[in-house]
Design a protein around this ligand. Structure first.
Ligand code: AP5
Length: 208
């Protein structure tokens, strides 16, 4: 299957949490534009420094920068059999550009109401050594690694509200855009991590 899958949903919906399961089931590599941007920020590249201002404010980085990153990443050998896009596309122009460079077979939309999002994001912690995502209440990390956990700079309540605003105005319209193309699979993300994982597995089984 050379087609790619899009993992879609608001900030904190659980895209990163569920991506590993889809990678295991499909063998497709995960491409997260958020992770790529954070790597550019860490490397201190001019693009990373410019992107950081938008990320810290909870705003979307420009379509031009994002599409450039994706075009470059799709040149890698591991992208030949299709990929799992996580957090991309996020605007209709991004989706239109993607149509020209890759074939999307399905869009898995993890749906979570805004009031659940804020708690999820403010309580998120990450293990910088393994990349594993935890939550102070919903997925506590083992005691022995708690000292090394980090919090993303954009995971404050104020920034989450800005990210949700950007999601509703610029990203949410893509659900209808993909639905009109018969590609959208909606999943109830307002459930436990295990229950959402089971729905993700069902979705993958239905398209394989
Ligand atoms: P990005 O890194 O993509 O952030 P995001 O979309 O806001 O998504 P998150 O990583 O916050 O959430 P997630 O859905 O992966 O949730 P997670 O699994 O971690 O983007 C960051 C920034 O980069 C953007 O704001 C923008 O500036 C820029 N950017 C990136 N891509 C862009 C693009 N294409 N165009 C323009 N700009 C772009 O889960 C969250 C927490 O909840 C965790 O603690 C987890 O343990 C917990 N959790 C997960 N599932 C559940 C559950 N079912 N029940 C309870 N808790 C749960």
């Amino acid at each position: 299957m050379t087609e790619s899958i899009v993992l879609f949903g608001p900030p904190g919906a659980g895209k990163g949490t569920q991506a590993g399961r889809i990678v295991e089931l499909t063998g497709k590599p995960q491409i997260s534009t958020g992770d790529m941007l954070r790597a550019a920020v860490k490397a201190g590249s001019p693009m990373g420094l410019a992107a950081k201002e938008y990320m810290d404010a909870g705003l979307l980085v420009s379509d031009e920068v994002i599409i450039g990153l994706i075009e470059e990443r799709l040149q890698n050998d591991d992208a030949g059999q299709g990929v799992l896009f996580d957090g991309f596309p996020r605007t209709i122009p991004q989706a239109e550009s993607l149509e020209e460079i890759a074939t999307v077979s399905s869009v898995i939309s993890i749906e979570v109401p805004d009031d659940a999002i804020v708690d999820r994001i403010v309580g998120r912690r990450m293990d910088p050594e393994t990349g594993e995502i935890y939550h102070v209440s919903f997925k506590p990390a083992p005691t022995e690694i708690q000292d090394r956990l980090v919090q993303r700079p954009d995971d404050t309540e104020e920034t989450v509200r800005a990210r949700l605003g950007a999601y509703h105005t610029q990203t949410a319209p893509l659900a209808d855009w993909y639905s009109e193309r018969g590609l959208l699979i909606r999943i109830d993300g307002d459930a436990s991590i295990e229950q959402v994982g089971a729905s993700v597995e069902e979705a993958i089984a239905s398209i394989s």
